[in-house]
Design a protein around this ligand. Sequence first.
Ligand code: TMP
Ligand code: ASP
Length: 237
Amino acid sequence: MEKRDLLYTGKAKSVYATDDADRLVILFRNDTSAFDGKKVEQLERKGMVNNKFNAFIMDKLAAAGIPVHQEKLLSDTESLVKRLTMIPVECVVRNFAAGSLVKRLGVEEGKELNPPTFELFLKNDALGDPMVNEYHVRSFGWATDDQLARMKELSFQVNEVLKGVFDAGNMLLVDFKLEFGLFHGEIVLGDEFSPDGCRLWDKDTRKKLDKDRFRQGLGGVVEAYEEVGHRIGVKFD
Ligand code: TMP
Ligand code: ASP
């Protein structure tokens, strides 16, 4: 496999073509962004930490039968993945109230949501990733009903698998965001799963161990990501 042209630069990752039309290389950078790119900083080691964290989680999900784009780690900061045609919608599962849900509905942070909720957001920084509903997804042709049903089914499966993974490290999986795409007609999990795109709290102290440390200026961002990794068995070196 040979890495070729840079195809796309996102807020935290860069995507390269390869000599295989069905494969891409993802480079995890140290850039850390919040509030739709309004706050951006370079955090030492974050690219490496998220690349290895993501590979570990994707392997767990694949072992549970969830189709994932991740194929293998290539270096500290690069992974080889399947080339998906991305669906421009973010799927969010919440087990506890936090973040935009707390602001939108005025509920108390930390309230347990039983059953967990599922929300959809349009991936569009200029519009601030607005929340959309299933009818918008259908009417604007972002995904078919069957594709959406599969994305929802997989999102809840990911929740079941990862609640267990983080529980074993004495953490609560508060919420998370997934992005899916199509690979030869099949819905496959793309993007990444790292503390950049989920909320994780220590079960006893409720200490935040995710990107809210960056959003809220709490410090110790990458250290918290590494602590999460160590608790669940990710090897960083
Ligand atoms: P929210 O509370 O801001 O709606 O976010 C819910 C979860 O989804 C949280 O873990 C952060 C994640 N998320 C992203 O990673 N990127 C995004 O663009 C959005 C909207 C949410
Ligand atoms: N990832 C998004 C951004 O860079 C949203 C967030 O995490 O706050 O703005």
